[in-house]
Ligand binder design. Sequence first.
Ligand SMILES: C[S@@+](CC[C@H](N)C(=O)[O-])C[C@H]1O[C@@H](n2cnc3c(N)ncnc32)[C@H](O)[C@@H]1O
Length: 462
Amino acid sequence: MSDNRSRKRAPRRDDDAPRPTVNPRRIAFDAIRAVTADNAYANIVLPRMINETGHTGRDAGLITELTYGTLRSLGTLERILAAASGRDVRELQQDLLDALCLGAYQLLYMRIPAHAAVATTVSLVKAAVSPRVSGLANAVLRKVAAKDLDQWCEDLATGDRLHDLSLRHAHPEWIAREFEAVLGPEELAPALAADNVAPPVHLCAKPGRITKGDLSRETRGGLHGQYSPYAVYLPGGDPGRIRAVATGLAHVQDEGSQLVAVALAEAPLEGPDAAWVDLCAGPGGKTGLLGALAAERGARLDAVEVQPHRAELVAKAAKGLPVTVHTGDGRLFGEPGSADRVLVDAPCSGLGALRRRPEARWRKQRSDLDALVPLQRELLAAGLRLARKGGLVAYVTCSPVLDETSEAVESVLKAGGAELVRPDWLLDRVPDSARGDFVQLWPHRHGTDAMFMALLRKTGNR
Ligand SMILES: C[S@@+](CC[C@H](N)C(=O)[O-])C[C@H]1O[C@@H](n2cnc3c(N)ncnc32)[C@H](O)[C@@H]1O
């Protein structure tokens, strides 16, 4: 018997679990294909693929970086690939283009040696696309590798500031223009750059259910949130494995989302304060927090959601809380003048949460706003109708776009019967969050999604 065979085997990492056999780059490629060919969402398909193929730890991290990074940078990668190949990349078959983007991402954004990035991508093309195009892939990627990202961006710059910043930070130009209209030119680059950094997971300790201290201990050292009295930052790992999350005492929720919900609950209100409404509730993050606050105050919350499957999620989030879930159109809900506090967390472009959905920026179009903007205004008007005289309405979007935010509020205010109120609770605790009397949070300033909030008080009877 040889020495090798007589030596005891080192215990395996996870007992009997088989070692993953699918190559991480192949999984990243398959996930990118699912997004580009089947319109899948990376944050849904990728965790499933990683799980099914048994990758953990550093491998899982590499697969996530390859997939999310490539998808976030698609527009810029395609521009560089077009220049390197001297052709319109839309003429290439989509699976080849996806593989080239994955290879170019490794060359330009990761510290993977060029020879390894080119060789692994060419092998991937042979196996997953066609051996016939592997020579083309090799030639194009070698050209990409000849320059770094800064040099490519310099070569492709036109001198138009918005164009050049959009290219450097991988955003469609129209989105950069919308951000600049709110922020001005100075802060545009940091705002775009912040969208390319994966956000940490924020947890919300439901008030009256678990304290921040206990939740932090359960997460093994999660820091308390900077601004929200209920936020704990998850230091790492799967939030579903935290007992408080699994049992509904806490939930995953961006700190900015927590802040706007609490700001509505904390705003001073004269008169009765027992009837609260969440008019656009799905999937129920803010319902869970507002419902817990309502329980502490002896109030009740009606949560309205138009999509039945999202209403089911709201019911789950509100379990054990004084919340009634209604499936229906918020524009038609309830008795006028019956509510003390109303949240209108309107469906929006979601441009304030681009950090979370890597492919989203390339799928969205300015024309998406054509249908959203009138709906947002109708929902805000419905929220005001529902409020009693003196009652409060918070209008919230996860977008900083002017059309969806201050302009929506100003247009509804023109009809009369309501006034703008300064949400002092939030503005006083979060530096640089005021835009006039509105709240505008930003990833690069606050580490939260770019949530917008306006607080209105109903002054009329109708
Ligand atoms: C921005 S999301 C709300 C997020 C939610 N408040 C949370 O914190 O989890 C907007 C929601 O409004 C719903 N919605 C869209 N149109 C609606 C309508 N007319 N009435 C009620 N809900 C509507 C969408 O289906 C979506 O679930």
